[in-house]
Design a protein around this ligand. Structure first.
Ligand code: ADP
Length: 582
């Protein structure tokens, strides 16, 4: 069957053969309820009433006969009619509500399948088993095509369903039955779009949930294969807004922000305007090095210390750098910082990674060094290539203090006039609020890198738009915002210091069409032709510049007491949420 799917992968393009048809065409038969002159609900009501009335009538007659010692088999005409009505209504109700239950018993997978050694296959089965636990009533409302009569209810609601080709139908059934793992579709079919479409249809049948709001078409599924996302079933749409012009280091940038938070783009845009009218912002890149810290274990703390001294000896660095740098022509080892916990040693390698964010690159280099060290330290037990001292995707003081990725400081002097006219507040209020909120308030909260108003809002929106890893928003948003009155108290000096901006312009999600377009808009798409790393470094400064604009605007809104008012204006715009919640 596998060979047949693959051989016909190209000719059998699902979209070409897909057409919209009625339910009768799909199932090959009409449901009995549709033949009735009454609506489905009314028919059900009639049969329900009939069933309970005749049951009541027959039971009372039965009781009467027992009391008068009349033989039970002697029945009069009204009782005969009642028995027929009982049978008819029972058959109807069983047919309508009982078929799914009976089918679910018959179609339950054999327990042999649970003995599969393949973990992922078992996971697929688990999901299927979970789907079966959907209560009947729920299935009645939501199922797509698993039970004909339930589908009839769906057809009444949706009128039309999509027909897949016979071959696709066969594959969908195999996935639903758990005999084909869904993750293998891409390799079996050789057609990523078709694989996604089939997986999606199977998922709909298994879960009984509609995926109608999640688009399938309009996305290049080949581009994510083996790189960005496994087992795709569609894609989520996120609007992209633009904050511009951000005048940074004498250049204007249009900053794309992917977000669903009303006000965010408008607010950042206002910050950009204030910066522009004040002559622009400037930023400096302080450091550029991605880190990875494996954890290794020895028999004694002394042996762990031996390795620490070896790694930190400048005489050994050159050799280690040569070994490390073999991982890529862009990877260049900068240093190794070691910490000990008992017999365990954490080795934090830092290296430059060109225009890539660099996690893969640094990991490969670290692996090279670990392999090399094994000769001189055969008793070294490598516990994990990442020992969390890196520290990736979690708040950690090591990133805040040492930096990770790009460390950037960005500043601007905002004219007093602009503070009053554009930001609708005063220099004095901003300085006071910054001291009490971003510095003292965050200190009271025990913040780690969170000495800012909302850096992560801007970082996440720019990261999603430009194909960065959104999970790295955690350390990338570490930021301290400083404000000070300058020029005899007339103007405002504002700065953001961000030690761990982790961005790249090659690799990961940056190569996808939409994300790549956003990078192109910023003039930092792909690998820099001038000097490797120039694009990713510039992107980091743009992120810091956008954060500066966002901080300036939100802090001004807070100082002027406008926050709630503007959120009401942009987030609740003439929408009655209750009307869209169904
Ligand atoms: P990451 O290390 O961020 O996870 P990838 O390993 O996915 O990134 O992508 C980096 C790849 O891009 C490497 O194979 C590298 O050789 C290649 N590459 C091409 N040009 C550059 C460049 N200017 N800077 C960094 N990497 C580059």
């Amino acid at each position: 069957m596998e060979a047949r799917w693959r051989s016909s992968a190209k000719p059998v393009q699902a979209p070409k053969t897909t057409k919209t048809v009625s339910f009768e065409e799909v199932s090959g038969k009409a449901s009995s309820s549709e033949a009735l002159p009454l609506s489905l609900h009314l028919t059900n009501a009639v049969f329900f009433s009939l069933f309970f009335s005749v049951v009541y009538f027959l039971l009372s007659r039965w009781r009467e006969k027992i009391r008068t010692s009349t033989p039970l088999h002697l029945v009069n005409l009204s009782e005969i009619v009642a028995i027929f009505a009982f049978i008819a209504s029972f058959v109807y109700l069983l047919g309508f509500f009982g078929i799914d239950f009976v089918q679910s018993l018959i179609l339950r997978p054999s327990t042999d399948l649970w003995n599969s050694e393949d973990e992922e296959e078992n996971e697929a089965l688990l999901r299927k088993e979970d789907a079966r636990k959907i209560p009947c009533g729920q299935a009645l409302d939501c199922s797509v095509t698993s039970a004909p009569i339930i589908s009839a209810q769906k057809v009444v609601d949706e009128k039309l369903v999509k027909l897949t080709t016979e071959e696709d139908e066969e594959i969908i059934k195999a996935i639903v039955a758990g005999t084909t793992p869904s993750y293998s579709l891409e390799s079996k079919l050789g057609d990523c779009k078709r694989a996604a479409s089939i997986r999606r249809e199977a998922l709909g049948r298994i879960t009984g949930k509609s995926l109608s709001g999640l688009p399938l078409d309009g996305f290049d599924y080949e581009s994510i294969l083996g790189q960005c996302c496994e087992m795709p079933i569609g894609y989520v749409q996120i609007p992209v807004g633009i904050a511009w012009p951000l005048l940074l280091n004498g250049k204007e940038y249009s900053v794309p922000m992917a977000t669903t938070e009303g006000c965010l783009v408008a607010s950042t845009n206002r910050g950009c305007k204030a910066i522009h009218l004040s002559g622009g912002a400037s930023s400096v890149l302080l450091k550029d090095g991605m880190t990875r810290a494996p954890v290794v274990r020895f028999g004694t703390a002394k042996r762990a210390a031996d390795l620490k001294f070896y790694l930190e000896d400048p005489e050994n660095f050159e050799t280690l750098a040569v070994v490390f740098n073999r991982s890529s022509r862009f990877a260049r080892l900068q240093g190794i910082k070691c910490v000990i916990a008992g017999k365990n040693l954490y080795l934090r390698f830092t290296c430059s990674t060109g225009d890539a964010m660099g996690m893969n690159m640094v990991s490969k280099g670290v692996q090279n060094v670990l392999d090399f060290l094994q000769t001189d330290f055969p008793d070294m037990d490598v516990i994990g290539i990442s020992g969390n001292f890196c520290s990736d995707k979690m708040p950690a003081a090591v990133n805040w203090i040492e930096g990770r990725g790009k460390s950037v400081v960005c500043e601007a002097i905002i004219k007093g006039d602009v503070v009053r006219k554009v930001l609708k507040t005063s220099v004095e209020s901003l300085v006071e609020l910054n001291m009490l909120k971003n510095l003292t308030g965050s200190a009271m909260a025990g913040a780690l890198g969170g000495f800012n108003a909302h850096a992560s809002n801007i970082v996440s929106a720019v990261y999603i738009a430009t194909g960065q890893d959104p999970a790295q928003n955690i350390e990338s948003s570490h930021c301290i915002t400083m404000m000070e009155a300058v020029n005899e108290g007339n103007d405002l000096h504002i700065s953001v210091t961000m030690p761990s901006i982790e961005v790249g312009t090659v690799g990961g999600g940056t190569q996808l069409a939409s994300q790549s377009a956003c990078l192109n808009l910023l003039g930092v798409k792909g690998a820099s032709q001038e000097s490797p790393g120039a694009n990713s470094r510039r992107l980091a400064t743009i992120v810091a510049g956008a954060v500066l604009a966002g901080e300036l605007s939100l802090m001004s809104a807070l100082a002027a007491g406008q926050l709630v008012k503007s959120h009401m204006k942009y987030n609740r715009l003439s929408k009655d949420v209750s009307k869209t919640s169904s």
